[in-house]
Design a binder for this molecule. Sequence first.
Ligand SMILES: [Cu+2]
Length: 125
Amino acid sequence: MIGRKSTLAMVGAAAFAAAPTALALGATSKGKTRKVSVNDNYYGPSKLTIHAGDTVDWHWSEDETDVHDVSLKTKPKGAKAFASDPLAAGEDFKRKLTVPGTYKIICTFHEEEMKMTITVKKKPS
Ligand SMILES: [Cu+2]
């Protein structure tokens, strides 16, 4: 009887040990952060391909002199609209993109020249 009890205890311990592993796997499927620099008057890069769940971090370069923003002009169906405030050197605007498709971004101050395209692909399984 003692032997059987300890076997049950071991099964229980194994199930308990498996739980943190599942949590760890969830953490690794969290998206990456991709940096985009905001300059006078362009985004770098102007074309970016990411996976659903990744975060885009627009960083206003220290050496720029003008105010710019990040405004979503066209988006895939179901994606939430977003726009940053007009920001200046050293600031950041972050957005997690979860819906696959094509996102066209413009700076509303320099719409003709300052734009970028983000392609969001499905998360790899
Ligand atoms: Cu601009």
